[in-house]
Design a protein around this ligand. Structure first.
Ligand code: SF4
Ligand code: SF4
Length: 474
């Protein structure tokens, strides 16, 4: 089965319950941002810039849990910022799981191995042969050092009793990967991050965690590279891939102008461009475990229209419930109920090709439109069956690993030593020499301008395709 049965049933049950009650608007996925602090400064990341004045603030644990309880979304995507920096991340995950939610931790991957070592130290029992074998495998594959192995073997009472993030079918690590080594490190502006992500993914699979990758496609994204990335991570055994078009939301746009001195118009992923980039998404969905409904995939591929249902993937952060959506901020509200009531939802989205708000014109992102596919808005005959078949159909087989695939994945570190400065210089040189548009030069000499990245931006949890249900519109 493509997705775990329990997960699919949980989402389907939630939708069915609200359809039977005729609830006009309800949450499917909560984007929970307990903090906006991050250990990286990715090119164009809107989050760390939009909330730059409150980077040190954190949502208290109790408020995070209360927000999840209030909106009652079956899935919670913990994003940020980097959620593994949140001091109570373990308690937050534990609390959400105790509420019966499916939890995605959207992370840049840098602290994952530390968190997993803490888990293994807490459960490690030297008398259990499988624990010893796992420890040995982690050592052999260079995923932990001898010193770290010793710390696991000799964990003290405090380490044994700490709250840790344990593998469960209700939890996914959702790792931000925006390309293969060269591109990813360029986007996150730090050398070695891709390598660390790969190590973290491998370690997570050995320890029994579910792992997804989380990728944003930009105007400059090479579609062939994305396919190679799917192949590589599929070969590593990841459980699914989330993918969404990058979009020039306000904060990212401002950063691009102010910090990088670029004209955002040169980098917008328009609707037309999104459709070109995602032309093969239905094909990808057959080859790889792509999260998201096939209806949303058809929308991305330009085969149909959908209406924005941003209220179904609400965002909660230090300032409250962010409206109207994850990308745009017109106001924050103290409760989800108040946000639902006070926002004039008819002001937003694109209907029949006409943008109700100019800022929505080019948006096709999952947090606005993936729920539309799951909720049956713009229903077309056969959609339920299509979604059902996708969910319950066989899971695509992992792509076979090969040295060639490994070689293509590790295609060279981008610049290193704080590459942005060098990249800027190269951009200037390229622009002068060739009269070329500003951008970051890639390893193959092409220019790679960037729009805001979506790692901590919570383009995280995706909906499995929904079950057949009693009705289809809202
Ligand atoms: S279309 Fe929806 S999700 Fe996209 S920017 Fe507009 S309100 Fe937000
Ligand atoms: S995109 Fe994610 S990892 Fe990068 S700076 Fe933003 S929150 Fe941090």
């Amino acid at each position: 089965m493509r997705f775990p049965l329990a997960l699919s049933l949980k989402i389907a049950g939630h939708i069915l319950k609200h359809k039977l009650r005729k609830t006009p608007k309800f949450a499917l996925v909560l984007q929970l941002e307990p903090l906006h602090t991050c250990n990286l400064t990715c090119t164009g990341c809107g989050r760390i810039r939009e909330y730059s004045t409150s980077l040190k603030d954190m949502v208290p644990l109790e408020r995070c849990l209360a927000a999840a309880a209030e909106c009652d979304a079956p899935m919670v995507s913990i994003c940020g910022g980097e959620p593994l920096i949140y001091p109570k991340i373990e308690e937050l995950v534990q609390g959400l799981l105790a509420q019966g939610r499916i939890v995605y931790i959207c992370t840049n991957g840098v602290f994952m191995r530390k968190k997993m070592r803490e888990y293994f130290a807490a459960v490690f029992d030297p008398s259990v042969p499988s624990h010893q074998a796992t420890l040995q495998r982690l050592l052999t594959e260079n995923l932990i050092t001898e010193k770290e192995a010793d710390a696991i073997r000799h964990a003290d009472a405090a380490a044994k009793s700490r709250v840790v993030i344990r593998p469960t079918q209700w939890l996914y690590w959702n790792v931000h990967i925006d390309g293969l080594e060269y591109t990813h490190d360029l986007i996150v502006e730090r050398e070695g991050v891709f390598r660390e992500c790969v190590a973290a993914v491998r370690m997570a699979k050995i320890l029994g965690y579910q792992v997804a990758t989380n990728t944003t496609v930009y105007r400059e994204t090479d579609v062939q590279e994305i396919e190679d990335m799917f192949r590589y991570f599929s070969a590593l055994g990841v459980d699914g891939h989330t993918i969404s078009p990058g979009y020039d939301y306000d904060a990212a746009k401002k950063d691009m102008v102010k910090r990088l001195g670029k004209d955002p118009k040169d980098f917008f992923l328009t609707r037309e461009m999104t459709r070109q980039k995602f032309a093969k998404i239905l094909d990808w969905g057959r080859q790889f475990t792509i999260f998201g409904t096939p209806v949303y995939q058809e929308f991305l591929a330009g085969k149909r229209e959908l209406t924005c249902t941003a209220w179904a993937i609400p965002t909660y952060n230090i300032r409250g419930w962010k409206a109207p959506c994850y990308l745009m901020t017109d106001a924050h509200y103290p409760t989800y109920a108040e946000m639902l009531e006070k926002v004039d939802w008819d002001k937003y989205g694109v209907v029949n090709g006409v943008a109700r708000d100019p800022r929505c014109e080019n948006c096709m992102v999952h947090c606005g439109y993936d729920p539309s596919g799951a909720l049956g808005t713009n229903y077309q005959r056969g959609d339920h069956w299509k979604n059902f078949k996708y969910n319950f159909g066989p899971r695509p087989k992992p792509h076979p690993w090969s040295p060639e695939l490994e070689r293509r994945a590790f295609n060279g570190v981008s610049v290193g030593r704080g590459h942005l400065a060098q990249a800027r210089a190269a951009v200037a040189a390229a622009s002068v020499v060739a009269g070329a548009p500003a951008g970051v030069p890639s390893h193959n000499g092409e220019l790679h301008p960037h729009v805001g990245t979506f790692c901590g931006t919570g383009e995280g949890a995706r909906l499995p395709a929904r079950q057949p249900q009693t009705g289809h519109g809202e």
